[in-house]
Design a protein. Structure first.
Length: 262
């Protein structure tokens, strides 16, 4: 069977899509940034051939599923950052991310990492996502904390390699139950996604979809017909601008409308 098409994730403001060869110039330009050089392991110096090498490893679905990588975009669909998950094949993956310099400080990173983590923990079946950063990377740490990662107070001595040298690192991890919603904390209004009003029934149906229930079980549990459930699902997909049930759950969790089962 051919591998599934990589998922596109969106909260209505920030969209994660698979990388395309046409992203090379934007990536090459963004990765010149001194902060990206300082805090990530991208090649230094970085030019268009590095961007092409990065993309060439991620263009087919088979390559993609080995190392899920999304381009972070807003309305114009252009690269403004990258998030990737490096799975260990045993229920865990380490996350990496960057946002282009002109797009920082607007909550884009938080929204994008929340979407990727929500999908990975609810739909892809990961049990834990790990995060590591060189000590001193306060921006990355604040972002991870905002998404819900539990960050440890101690340092992992020589926990990471950076350009041929071992360096101390901070570390943390995120389980499905740690995920925060945009409305659960004091996020400034700039980062809030548009509100979506669900009816009581739609809310119940969304909660049951998030719990992994099929339509028949939802109908039984709510005492309504399967056709009525289908109508509610259709309305939900429309309100959440979701293409599938999976997408509806990811968007519902991202918008703080539902939670994953504990
Ligand atoms: C770290 C990075 C991804 C943050 O992206 P961003 O889109 O600016 O993040 P957000 O706007 O969502 O901010 C998230 C939180 O981090 C805080 N933050 C972001 N950058 C910060 C910085 N340099 N110093 C202190 N806090 C910072 C924000 O204030 C916000 O906290 P708040 O919600 O309490 O206000 C971005 O700065 C970046 O790409 N840096 C270089 C590459 C990098 O460090 N990658 C991570 C490697 S582990």
């Amino acid at each position: 069977m051919p591998p599934e098409t990589p998922p596109i994730l969106s909260d209505g403001r920030v969209t994660l899509r698979p990388p395309a060869s046409s992203d090379a110039f934007d990536i090459a330009e963004g990765c010149q940034d001194p902060e990206i050089m300082r805090w990530t392991t991208v090649p230094s110096p970085y030019d268009i051939s590095d961007a092409r090498t990065f993309l060439n490893d991620r263009l087919t679905p088979t390559q993609w599923w080995r190392n899920p990588t999304w381009v972070i975009t807003e309305a114009d669909n252009r690269w403004i950052g990258t998030v990737d998950l490096r799975p260990d094949g045993q229920g865990a993956a380490e996350i990496g991310y960057m946002i282009a310099p002109g797009h920082r400080g607007r909550g884009v990173g938080t929204a994008a990492i929340r979407l990727a983590c929500t999908w990975a923990l609810s739909q892809w079946g990961l049990q834990v996502i790990t995060w590591k950063a060189f000590t001193g990377n306060v921006g990355s740490r604040a972002l991870a904390q905002r998404v819900g990662f539990r960050i440890h107070s101690e340092t992992l001595r020589l926990g990471l390699a950076h350009r041929g040298q071992r360096v101390d690192s901070w570390y943390g991890e995120l389980l499905a139950t740690d995920l925060t919603s945009p409305h659960s904390s004091a996020l400034s209004s700039r980062a809030k996604a548009p509100a979506v009003a669900l009816t009581r029934r739609e809310q119940q149906v969304l909660n049951l979809i998030a719990a992994g229930e099929p339509n028949r079980a939802i109908a039984q549990s709510l005492g309504i017909s399967e056709n009525t459930v289908k109508n509610h699902v259709r309305a939900l997909l429309e309100k959440l601008h979701a293409r599938s049930r999976t997408d509806a759950v990811v968007r519902g969790v991202s918008l703080g409308l539902t939670q994953l089962p504990h």
